[in-house]
Design a protein around this ligand. Structure first.
Ligand code: UDP
Length: 461
């Protein structure tokens, strides 16, 4: 069915979290660049918290913004969002409000040709099918992580995972249990919601006409090739603003929608006055919470390393900073509540990234050639770290002690190794090699660019 004005019209639905909205909205911008009309949808509760930071999104002829309900329209506590209660309520409120939205668009003369749903929201597939619309799933995690969940879904990987076992899956390196997504081993039994968001989607995924994955083919070709034997997978990453990659979308400088507001002048002025590759950037993403003990150890590790450091500690975490934090920070460090991570990571003063290994952060560091020190916390982060350290060889693992705490001495040693040693130079040179591969995937005729063009052709018929 052709949309009004001859353009194909996609409704794109994102799970309400920064790490989902960022890549999915970026993909929307790529679709729009290819002359597709886009309606971007997330939940009312997310819109309540978020600010639009990209002026082009506000313009009337740009991406249309819409909302559905997750059952928590006034906002959900971060802890609630990790609970089964959240998915249960969302699974009830989501489908009827998505139906209402589709009805509204059709009756306003804006028929939808394609629904792209975040794989975390598998019920959207059935809703779209009821309207007879072509459906594609958007996978926000790498294919090697999806492969783990698929094998769990198929019963090939069984829970609980035995401590000494080795996990062998097609196209993946041999994994230790601790390399698995945390829900399968480290946090086994603690977050039942993971099944609804990460495993249940495989009940119906084969009904999707396309699986769009925010990854780069060259980063994990074996797994992608294996997946393509079953499903029409299109790798389209890194879903990072165009002006950091191919520069073909002139206004695309930032992700565009943010739950937190940075004080950009403060840290950019600070960064501009630092020598090349002299700063350690530290961030644990938009969700991770750390214990007071862990935050204190990190603070001391950074202070003792003797390097400059820029540390993003979300406002909700700042009360956990040690009382003598100013003494530790001295004239070497700067703590901010949030930053525009893309601008920071792409700044020449940054020499190393201490990260929780969230997939967006990992792809961003790979895109800018920044070596990493991995401090995984939960979800897919341990598996991403396995690839960072052993497959791409662009980072170090900062191991925790028996209580699960990264100690100050260990962090200090890792930082010194990345910033000052021969090993650090090797990591940097590998990071630059991967940066070139990752960036070229988005250039005209690069692997991701070709897949995006093919997808647009598929929905524009
Ligand atoms: N981010 C940011 N500023 C910060 C911390 C994070 O802009 O101070 C962005 C980062 O660029 C990434 C996203 O938030 O795009 C976090 O996603 P990721 O998958 O790395 O982690 P999550 O927050 O989902 O755990």
């Amino acid at each position: 069915m052709a949309a009004k004005q001859g353009k194909a019209h996609c409704l794109v639905l994102a799970y309400p979290a920064q790490g989902h909205v960022n890549p999915i909205l970026q993909f929307c911008k790529r679709l729009e660049f290819h002359n597709v009309k886009v309606t971007f949808v997330t939940t009312r509760s997310f819109w309540k918290q978020a600010t639009i930071t990209d002026d082009s999104i506000k313009s009337a002829d740009s991406i249309a913004l819409e909302a559905i309900s997750d059952g928590y329209d006034e906002g959900a506590d971060p802890d609630v969002k990790k609970s089964k209660t959240y998915s249960e309520r969302f699974w009830q409120a989501g489908p009827p409000t998505l139906c209402e939205l589709l009805d509204k668009l059709f009756s306003n003369g804006l028929p939808v040709d394609c629904v792209i749903y975040d794989s975390f929201l598998p019920w959207a597939l059935d809703v779209a099918k009821r309207f007879g619309i072509f459906v594609a799933a958007f996978l926000t995690q790498p294919c090697f992580v999806n492969s783990v969940y698929f094998h769990l879904h198929q019963g090939i990987l069984k829970l609980p995972v035995i401590k000494e076992s080795k996990i062998l899956l097609p196209g993946l390196p041999e994994l230790e249990p601790s390399d698995l997504p945390s829900f399968l081993y480290l946090h086994y039994g603690m977050f039942p919601i993971f099944w609804d968001l990460l495993v249940e989607p495989f009940d119906s995924i084969e009904k999707a006409g396309c699986l769009i994955s925010n990854t780069v083919y060259e980063l994990e070709p074996e797994v992608v090739d294996w997946m393509r034997k079953m499903w029409p997978v299109k790798t389209i990453g890194p879903a990072v603003p165009s002006m950091f990659l191919d520069k073909r979308i002139q206004h695309d400088h930032n992700y565009g929608i943010s739950m937190f507001q940075p004080n950009k002048d403060l840290y950019m002025n600070w960064l501009h006055h630092k020598p090349q590759a002299s700063v350690v950037y530290v961030s644990f993403g938009s969700i991770t919470t750390l214990s007071e003990d862990q935050i204190e150890e990190i603070a001391w590790g950074l202070g003792l390393s003797g390097n400059y450091f820029l540390w993003a500690v979300r406002e909700s975490e700042q009360a956990k900073l040690p009382k003598n934090i100013q003494e530790i920070v001295s004239d070497k460090g700067l703590i901010v509540a949030w930053c525009d991570q893309l601008t920071v990571l792409s700044h020449e003063a940054v020499g190393c990234f201490v990260t929780h290994c969230g997939w967006n952060s990992t792809l961003e560091a790979l895109s800018f050639g920044v070596p990493m020190i991995g401090v995984p916390n939960w979800s897919d982060q341990p598996t991403n770290l396995k690839y960072i350290v052993d497959v791409w060889k662009v980072g170090l693992r900062a191991s925790m002690d028996e209580k699960g705490i990264l100690k100050r001495e260990k962090l200090k040693r890792c930082i010194n190794e990345v910033m000052e040693s021969e090993r650090g130079k090797e990591l940097k040179s590998n990071a630059v090699k991967w940066m070139n591969l990752v960036k070229s995937s988005m250039d005209e005729e690069g692997s991701s660019d070709k897949n995006i063009t093919e997808f647009v052709a598929m929905i524009s018929k």
